[in-house]
Structure formats: C-alpha cells, structure tokens
Write a protein that binds this ligand. Structure first.
Ligand code: GDP
Ligand code: MG
Length: 296
C-alpha cells in the first residue's frame, strides 16, 4: 500500500523555507539566498521513502504585495494551501511574530487545517527562551505539533518526518520514485543564474533582476544554455556587465560550476544583459519569464 502527502512549506521571507526543502531532499532544488524573495515560483520537491511519497511545495514568502510580481507571488501562497494535506508553517525561533505572521497563523489555527509549526534556526537561540516561546504559542494557537529545528545545521529533521507521518494518505504515487522535482530544468537553471548574480552584485542593483532562458539543448555530454539577464536601467546593465565584462564573467563562471554539479554534465553558458523598464510591473514580461497562473 503506497501513501502520499502534499506538504506546503510557508512562512515569511528569509525564515529558511528553501534551506529546509534542500535539507529534506538532500538535493539542491530551491535556491537559498540572504536576500528575501528569491524563490519566485512555487517549487515542488518530491521525496520518496519506501512506500511513502512526500510532495513539498515551497511558497514565496508571506509579505504585502507592492507590485504585480508581488501579487502573483501572494496568489501562489493562496493556491498552495488549497490542495495540501498539511501545512508546515515556519517561524524563527525566539523571534516576535510580525503582523502578517500573526494573522496568517490565526487563520490557519481557526480553520482547523492540519498544521505543523516549525521553529527554525534553533542553533541561534537559548533553550530556556525556546521553551517559553513554545508554551506561549501553545496557549494562543491551535496546531497539530510544534517542531524546533535548524534547517541549516540539520537538527530536528527526523521530527518533521515523524509529525508528517499521520497525514500521509493512502494513494498512488503521483511522481516517479526517483524524481526529486517537477520544476522544468530551465527554471532550475534560471534560478541558479539569478542566485549567483544576486550574491555577486550584493545591493548594487536595487530593483533586482530576472533571468530568461532563451536556449537550452543537450548535445552529447554538453548542455548549451543561452540566457538573458533583465534589469531595469542602463546603469544597472553596466554594473551587471562590470569593467571589461568581469562581473558577467564571474556570474557565468559560478553559475556554470553549480549547474555542472546539479545536471551532472558539462555546461556551456552564454549570458546576455538586457534592459527592460519596470519589468516587475509588466504583465508581458511576467508571462515571458514564465510567471504564469497555474503553472504547475
Ligand atoms: P526563505 O526565504 O524562507 O526560502 O529562506 P532561505 O532558505 O533562503 O534562508 C534565508 C537565510 O537563512 C539564509 O541565509 C540561510 O542560510 C539562513 N538559514 C536558514 N536556516 C537556518 C538555520 O537553521 N540556522 C541559521 N543560523 N541560519 C539559517
Ligand atoms: Mg526561498
């Protein structure tokens, strides 16, 4: 008898959702960044352990939408919680809940959905304080379990599987047992480039970038990829390219190295930088870059 659970991972930006997904899967699927909101699409990770299959959906962080992209992201949060067997709501250990966290937690708590609260980053806090936070949350909210973990240091991860077990439903497996993501490879590649660029550029390109994969083909053992990096201003384009193209070379080099590990083949990567005004507000660009509705 096989069993499946659809698990939504949600929580504010930077709480550690992508890190947890990667720890759970032991593979790099979601992209981790010090900057919030790098995970723009719902990322599904799939883990099969014997007869049990877990399908994890990593939602973009909970936040107040300011742009069309923000609205799109919030819609994905809503969508994700509809068809789910259990919600993993992540909070930072020993941190005050912000207003959004309070209202979302209240909503889940009242609605009676299967809910596990995960307190992440316990490696940074003291045990007595943690115990106080757990009892305070228990008094204020209804949930099925509370699990202190460190996604990064891999502490408490078994506890998550223990608490998830009751929510597995008898069902066929929806994905092949050796698959770990339903994300198209192009999207993973775009995320890799975006992450490298954001890391290397630090805060120099304030409005961020988008990456569009224009060509993606495998020939013998080599993966050929051509990608466009979109930014908002000509001045940003100059920064991304850098003096004598040094910055763009670096972005390409780091992205290629990581892609070669993930895809297990040699990678040939060609990067172009393009300017597109206000790409975050343009429905056309959102479409172009694959931010479509219901794109699972
Ligand atoms: P997301 O926005 O919720 O997906 O958060 P990320 O997974 O991208 O993580 C945000 C930041 O928190 C990264 O710098 C992580 O390295 C860091 N982080 C995640 N989990 C832990 C943890 O358990 N302990 C510590 N100290 N840092 C963590
Ligand atoms: Mg993330």
């Amino acid at each position: 008898m096989t069993r499946t659970a659809f698990v939504t991972i949600t929580g504010k930006p930077n709480v550690g959702k992508s890190t947890l997904l990667n720890t759970l899967l032991g593979e790099k699927v979601a992209i981790v960044s010090r900057k919030p909101q790098t995970t723009r699409n719902r990322i599904t990770g799939i883990l099969t352990r014997g007869d049990d299959q877990y399908v994890f959906i990593d939602t973009p962080g909970l936040h107040k939408p300011k742009t069309l992209l923000g609205e799109y992201m919030m819609k994905q949060v809503g969508n994700a919680t509809e068809d789910t067997d259990v919600i993993l709501f992540m909070l930072e250990a020993c941190a005050e809940l912000n207003a959004t966290e309070k209202s979302v937690l209240q909503r889940y708590s009242d609605s009676g959905v299967p809910l596990l609260i995960v307190l992440n980053k316990v490696d940074l806090v003291n045990k007595a304080k943690l115990a106080m936070q757990i009892s305070a949350l228990s008094e204020q909210y209804r949930f099925d379990a509370i699990i202190p973990i460190s996604a990064e240091k891999k502490i408490g991860i078994d506890g998550i599987f223990e608490e998830l077990r009751p929510f597995l439903q008898e069902s066929v497996h929806f994905f092949p047992d050796d698959e770990y993501t339903d994300q198209p490879e192009r999207q993973i590649f775009a995320e890799i480039i975006r992450e490298k660029a954001l890391r290397l550029l630090a805060d120099e390109v304030p409005h961020g970038i988008a990456v569009s994969i224009e060509e993606f083909r495998e020939k013998k053992d080599v993966l050929y990829v051509r990608a466009d990096i979109y930014c908002e201003r000509a001045s940003h384009k100059r920064i991304i390219i850098g003096k004598d193209g040094e910055m763009l070379k670096k972005i390409g080099m780091y992205a290629r190295e990581e892609a070669e590990q993930i895809f297990g083949s040699r990678v040939f990567l060609e990067l172009w930088v393009k300017v597109k005004d206000n790409w975050r507000d343009s429905a056309f660009m959102l479409n172009q870059l694959g931010f479509k509705n219901g794109d699972r």
